[in-house]
Ligand binder design. Structure first.
Ligand SMILES: Cc1ncc(COP(=O)(O)O)c(C=O)c1O
Length: 395
């Protein structure tokens, strides 16, 4: 272990982000790793080729660029190995394909990212996997849903769009009693604000598209596994021919360097706006885990080190004008763009569709509006949201 590696073990988050994932002295001292574009890798002789007796053997396997990013994620997540995949959605589907077979049963949290549900309800069902959704707040009660053929429990905390918290430790402990693998979509918190493997999760999933990228211009995913579940994950990636693109890997590593300070800003602004929204008469509820009024707040406070910049609120409306009010609100916004995704520098808003939920359904008080709070100034964002509320009030 080098002096730097041993010091980084106890260093602060921003120090680690500035130094992980790359050893400049192993590449002529350049601070950043080279972007290696590669399919073929040459071997010095046939024996080395036969034994793959060198660090790199083919472009799909690994390059110095992808290795640097994977090493950074292993450092952040405390994982045995990380794979890179072409999107955050693939970071969910690839481990599911790695760990599930025909005849298995999988438990998926009901507040899951919608395209994950679509993958489960179509492809996994077609491949003979039985899917069951569970209440995000089930905690240790998940034990009662585990059957002899349950092989995987998928968690996401906070939940997509409605931000329910999960007692990850209690769920993982129950799942492990039955030998299930526990996966978690940790995109919202990033490994800076939550380290799933420290709470019993086996496989941590990220849409690195979001905060690690930070600039709304890269689509990529990462999956980090503990020692028990790593070999199967790596094998599946190789069998499926999936690999991280060199330029994207470089950009994500670049994004990680500033992720800590960006997140601090997102956190501060989002919380200020959430508190401001909570005091308004035209808002029924604010769905943000860092607000003491939020039902999952105690779990968030106990387990998480921070909150990122995405949350929702329920706009007060009657059921007959809910959609019209939501659309009027969104159409009056200027700085907030109407767009999917989050984690970038710019603020975004959308009207959440919860029609796919089986347990955690649409709130009765009105439409759910999700906000991604970007790096703009809070006063400007509030002024923009005021325009939205004025327009909604006119409906
Ligand atoms: C929680 C969560 N997980 C995964 C994804 C998928 O990421 P990508 O857009 O890179 O496929 C998203 C995208 O919005 C997400 O919100």
């Amino acid at each position: 272990m080098t002096k730097k590696t041993s010091m980084l073990g106890s260093a602060g988050a921003n120090t680690r982000l500035a130094h992980i994932g790359n050893d400049p002295l192993s590449y002529h001292g350049f601070v950043n790793p080279p972007v290696v574009h590669a399919s073929t890798v040459l071997f010095p002789d046939s024996e080395t080729m036969e034994k793959r007796g060198q660090p790199y053997s083919y472009g799909t396997r690994a390059t110095p660029t992808t290795d640097a990013l994977c090493a950074a994620f292993d450092e952040l997540e405390g994982s045995a190995g990380t794979i890179l995949v072409p999107s955050g959605l693939a970071a969910i589907s690839v481990p599911f394909l790695a760990y599930l077979s025909a005849g298995d049963h999988a438990l998926i949290v009901d507040s899951v990212y919608t395209p994950c549900r679509n993958f489960c309800n179509t492809m996994l069902t077609r491949l003979g996997v039985e899917i069951e959704y569970y209440d995000p707040e089930i905690g240790a009660g998940i034990d009662a849903l585990i059957k002899p053929n349950t092989k995987l429990v998928h968690t996401e905390a906070p939940g997509s769009n409605t931000f329910e918290m999960q007692d990850i430790r209690a769920i993982a402990d129950a799942a492990h009693k039955h030998g299930c693998v526990v996966t978690m979509d940790n995109t919202w918190a990033t490994p800076l604000y939550f380290r799933p493997l420290d709470f019993g999760v086996d496989v941590s999933i990220h849409a690195t598209t979001k905060y690690p990228s930070g600039h709304s211009d890269i689509i990529m995913g990462s999956v980090s596994a503990n020692a028990q579940w790593w070999p199967k994950l790596e094998e599946t990636r190789i069998l499926m021919g999936i690999c991280g693109a060199p330029d994207d890997s470089y950009q994500i590593l670049r994004g990680l360097r500033t992720m800590g300070i960006r997140l601090e800003h997102h956190q501060k602004s989002a919380l200020a706006i959430a508190q401001w929204l909570e005091g308004r008469d035209d808002v029924a509820r604010v769905l943000h885990p860092a607000l003491p009024s939020f039902p999952g707040h105690a779990i968030w406070k106990r387990d998480f080190k921070g909150a990122s910049g995405v949350f929702s609120f329920v706009l007060k409306a009657d059921s007959d004008n809910a959609k019209a009010k939501a659309h009027a609100f969104l159409d009056a916004l200027t700085y907030f763009g109407l767009g999917y995704s989050w984690g970038g520098f710019e603020s975004l808003a959308l009207h959440v569709n919860l029609s796919d939920r089986t347990i955690r359904k649409q709130p009765e008080e009105g439409p759910v509006i999700r906000l991604q709070i970007g790096l703009e100034d809070i006063a400007d964002l509030q002024q923009d949201l005021e325009q939205g509320f004025l327009a909604a009030a006119a409906v």
